[in-house]
Design a binder for this molecule. Structure first.
Ligand code: ZN
Length: 293
């Protein structure tokens, strides 16, 4: 399987100036200019051809060592979540930098307006299953449903658009039959190079320390964090500042060909969420507190 992946997949590199073009598949390219002259920014944009489901992140996949020394990829899982995801978005915007998000399908269904903001800001949004179950403990059919409902829910939340062709397995458990399924689906898989363990620690300083100390020893890497976690929302501004001061450079990930949700799963998710999700307006424009005592 490794040989097939190696033959099938290719990574093309482009410079940051072509970011708007590279984002064509998903985002209304972020037109916002950077007002921070000392911003971390984006050093380069990488476009990945996900044909055959290539895997990235040295914890599990060693075929593609595409990062150069001092380069990092910022990844955020388990959102979108009120308060925390917007805080992460603000920290990224203040540093004029971009990240790769892996939202949970159910959370996307609950907070589509937040997920829309992630894409509108020019970030890349893949998927992370429907309800964050460990797929290695499920039947093939159940695991397939989890993956496809996750893709469908993210797509619906984004207004029925195809999504970035990237997936991260919950708890980084990679059942072989699901790797095969995603290979056939041409979805790239992101594991990690270094885990912030932000779901285990309560102090933002500890998240920053975990990331910076691991980077100091590895020199580069795909960083796993969670925009779902309060700790990371609090840590993000200082972490990005320290990355800049440490001379690290952010690589933005984009997909060459977006992933289309399957119609039967779109129908299933709409039914399960009670419908109306695809037409939902931002909650703040629908429901407003006009009096409180
Ligand atoms: Zn997760």
């Amino acid at each position: 399987m490794r040989t097939v992946l190696a033959l099938a997949a290719a990574i093309s590199l482009s410079v940051a100036g072509t970011a708007a073009f590279a984002q064509k598949a998903q985002a209304p390219a972020s037109a916002a200019k950077c007002d921070n002259p000392n911003a971390l920014g984006v050093a380069r944009v990488v476009e990945i051809d996900t044909t055959g489901g290539p895997g990235f992140g040295f914890e599990h996949f060693k075929a593609y060592d595409f990062l150069q020394d001092k380069e990092v990829v910022l990844t955020f899982d388990d959102g979108p979540w009120p308060g925390h995801t917007p805080a992460v978005l603000k920290a990224l915007a203040d540093q004029c930098t971009k990240a790769l998000f892996f939202p949970i399908g159910k959370h996307a269904g609950w907070h589509p307006e937040i997920l829309k903001r992630v894409v509108a800001a020019g970030h890349t949004v893949g998927s992370h299953t429907w309800s964050h179950k460990d797929l290695s403990r499920m039947t093939t059919q159940e695991a397939t449903d989890e993956i496809e409902k996750g893709i469908a829910a993210v797509s619906i939340a984004l207004g029925g658009k195809p999504i970035a062709p990237f997936f991260r397995f919950p708890a980084l458990r990679h059942p072989p039959e699901m790797l095969k399924y995603l290979a056939e689906r041409n979805v790239g898989i992101f594991s990690t190079d270094l885990d912030s363990f932000d779901f285990k620690v309560r102090k933002p300083e500890q998240v920053i320390k975990n990331v910076m100390s691991k980077l100091a020893s590895k020199g580069k890497g795909i960083i796993l964090m969670h925009d779902f976690q309060q700790t990371t929302a609090s840590a993000a501004p200082e972490l990005l500042k320290q990355l800049k001061e440490g001379g690290y450079k952010v690589v933005q990930i984009t997909g060459q060909t977006p992933t289309e949700p399957k119609k039967e799963y779109v129908d299933m998710v709409l039914k399960e969420m009670g419908g109306g999700l695809d037409e939902a307006r931002p909650m703040s424009s629908v429901i407003k507190t006009i009096q409180s005592n």
